[in-house]
Design a protein around this ligand. Structure first.
Ligand SMILES: [Zn+2]
Length: 508
């Protein structure tokens, strides 16, 4: 068996319900996972939840419930959202899983025995809402650089991981591997960060301050720092070290999709952890941007939450996916607004795609009783466009650009709509040019069929509906895009429903 394409989301922190930022990351990963399946590859898609740490413990206590009970109650909210959004993950890891805890302990023990973990004195500034320690240099006007809140100065005995030992290696690795960090601006950001001496990472918390964490095997007084715990999931979930056969099949990960706010953990701490364990590096860490509303990051700490469940229920899962994938280039920030979503919906989904499907299948029904009359065996500009779109879509996805991929599919959809205006099938029908009408409609329907298949990774529900009109396979692969001209005289194409009925006014 060839190595599956292994793709991961970050683990989501369970102390609040999921928001649009979580949905965005999982929709991106789901799109890439579907694309690689579409390309005929095996895929292993991992997501899950990060369930340890001070913030979760505090939230549970504030609610007056046992911490384990609290995290158990939060996990279904994430799983429910992923089910509603059609996220096809292969495994869901929880950092409270016994296998994960054991794995983290083995990792710690190995690094401790190797001398890469040592006991030291910790002096630093801690931001509780962010679960982040900061050095004095990192503070902004004495406050947390991420959330601008007050920080507490802390002195304590803790264990440290020797990041400094691997700094030169890491810089060289990033420089020699241009595909390791995307987009390039983030790669430069990390290389810039690495120009300063790297401080060793404090990877423990005293049990007196925090008991809700994984036990450190060589100290009864400490638990593991939540980031060290969470990052290990990418290998613990696939069998490290308990099932090395599975691990060796899947590792290294091909793509770690992360938000730009957790880039440093994934491109400094994580590769050094792997290097210290003598494991291979992941292929790519891609840092996506944030969704903002009126300029502020959408997150629970700011409070301007856009509920992805509500949005997808109101406008449909594919509309929500389409908006997030099409509105911004992967890596950039996006401004979310319901008006923008409605605008995209009406223009792209209703006018372009929905209209094309409805008008072409309706004309076939009206003029030929829903059966293909004849086919065009001569030159066809829609055929040419279909193959250009297919190749551009594939290239764009290989370059982590779902927006350009969708845009390439739309080139075919727009060309087909234009072809309707140019050829005027209604006039051909009136003039009884039956042969020509039959050829025009077969080219148009072939374009609809092609578009429907290409949309599979991006708009899965819509793709299934369009493929269904032709009686074709609901999960097409790239091989199906080798052939233009599958439609033959006498074949039936069902009349499509209105896939995206126009939204006249914002629904309230
Ligand atoms: Zn903070």
């Amino acid at each position: 068996m060839s190595k599956p394409y292994y793709i991961t989301t970050p683990l989501y922190y369970v102390n609040d319900k999921p928001h649009i930022g979580h949905a965005y990351t999982n929709i991106l990963c789901d799109t890439f996972a579907r694309f690689h399946r579409f390309m005929g590859e095996n895929v292993f898609f991992l997501t899950g939840t990060d369930e340890h740490g001070e913030k979760i413990d505090k939230t549970a206590r504030a609610k007056g419930v046992d911490t384990q009970t609290f995290v158990d109650s939060m996990v279904p909210r994430f799983k429910e959202l992923w089910a509603k959004l059609g996220i096809q993950y292969d495994f869901y890891i929880r950092t409270t899983d016994e296998d994960h805890k054991k794995s983290v302990q083995v990792i710690l023990q190995k690094l401790f025995e190797k001398g890469d973990i040592y006991l030291g004195k910790y002096k630093g500034w801690y931001c509780t809402p962010c679960e982040s320690f900061w050095t004095k240099m990192q503070l902004v006007e004495g406050k947390c650089p991420d959330c601008k809140r007050d920080v507490q100065e802390i002195f304590e005995d803790n264990y440290f991981f020797k990041l400094s030992k691997y700094q030169d290696w890491l810089i060289e690795y990033i420089e020699k591997n241009p595909d390791f960090i995307f987009p390039e601006s983030r790669r430069n950001e990390i290389l810039g960060f690495l120009k300063q001496p790297l401080e060793d990472l404090c990877i423990s918390r005293p049990r007196t301050r925090l008991a809700w964490g994984i036990d450190i095997p060589f100290s009864k007084d400490h638990v593991v720092y939540v980031w060290f715990d969470a990052l290990s999931n990418y290998i613990s979930a696939i069998g490290y070290p308990g099932n090395m056969e599975e691990f060796e099949l899947l590792w290294p990960a091909n793509l770690h999709m992360v938000g730009k706010d957790i880039l440093r953990q994934h491109t400094v701490y994580w590769p050094i952890m792997l290097k210290a364990l003598d494991l291979e590096m992941p292929g790519t860490v891609f840092a996506h941007g944030w969704w903002t509303m009126e300029g502020a990051k959408v997150s629970k700490s700011v409070g301007n939450v856009v509920d992805p469940l509500e949005l997808s229920a109101k406008y449909g899962v594919d509309t929500f996916r389409y908006f997030l994938l099409r509105e911004v280039t992967l890596g950039s920030d996006g401004a979310y607004s319901e008006d923008l979503l409605i605008e995209r919906f009406n223009k792209d989904l209703a006018n372009d795609l929905g209209n094309l499907v409805l008008r072409t299948t309706s004309m076939l029904e009206r003029y030929f009783g829903g059966k293909i009359k004849c086919v065009n065996s001569g030159p066809s500009k829609l055929k040419d466009q279909a193959f250009i779109s297919r190749d551009a879509m594939i290239q764009a996805m290989k370059h982590f650009d779902p927006r350009a991929a969708i845009s390439a599919i739309w080139d075919l959809i727009v060309a087909a709509n234009r072809y309707v205006e140019e050829t005027k099938p209604w006039a051909l029908a009136k003039e009884k040019k039956i042969e020509e009408l039959g050829k025009v409609l077969s080219d148009l329907l072939e374009s609809v069929r092609f578009s429907g298949m290409m949309l599979a990774p991006f708009l899965p529900e819509t793709s299934v509906k369009i493929c269904g009109l032709f009686g074709s396979h609901p999960t097409p692969t790239v091989k199906d895009l080798d052939v233009w001209g599958v439609l033959k005289p006498g074949m039936t194409v069902q009349k499509g429903e209105a896939l995206f009925p126009r939204i006249e006014e914002p629904k309230s």
